[in-house]
Write a protein that binds this ligand. Structure first.
Ligand code: FES
Ligand code: FES
Length: 155
């Protein structure tokens, strides 16, 4: 049963079975930036924005997104890369990349509600996103750099 929602800014109907997780339905629709890791809400790889706030899409049924706004990393990227995604690359915050889309969505959610986060606030915002590779330092640097550049040149 297709679920009507606003996906990356477009009104659409997301194909999903009655018991399908939102993460699974999004991946099946080609949005493979949504990763499935633990499927228990522990790793954050499946993080998307729901009405602008980061959520674990593995913990939601696709049906629960009916009528809501859902954003994935593909929506941020558009035809290229968002400033945040570019900062991750520039700062060396991507290694295997498995955590990256979820990490970017958690960071995007933070920067929308708090344009000038402290390091502690950045760490708190990504506390639910596990990265096995980077040690987090470059990720925090990328988020802080994006916050600074957005404050300097608000769009
Ligand atoms: S796959 Fe959703 S939190 Fe790990
Ligand atoms: S870059 Fe490999 S898990 Fe984060």
């Amino acid at each position: 049963m297709p679920i009507p929602l606003i996906l990356n800014g477009r009104t659409t109907a997301l194909p999903a079975g009655p018991g399908d997780r939102l993460s699974t339905a999004l991946r099946a629709a080609g949005l493979t930036g949504v990763k499935e890791g633990c499927l228990e809400g522990e790793c954050g790889a499946c993080t998307v924005l729901l009405d602008g706030a980061p959520v674990c899409s593995c913990l939601m049924l696709a049906a629960q997104a009916e009528g809501r706004g859902v954003e994935t990393a593909e929506g941020l990227a558009g035809d290229g890369a968002s400033d945040l995604q570019a900062a991750f690359v520039h700062e060396g915050a991507v290694q295997c990349g498995y955590c990256t889309p979820g990490m970017v969505m958690a960071a995007e959610g933070l920067l929308r509600r708090n344009p000038d986060p402290s390091e502690a606030e950045i760490r708190q915002a990504i506390a639910g996103n596990i990265c096995r590779c980077t040690g987090y330092v470059a990720i925090i640097r990328a988020i802080a750099a994006t916050a600074a550049s957005r404050r300097a040149a608000p769009c």
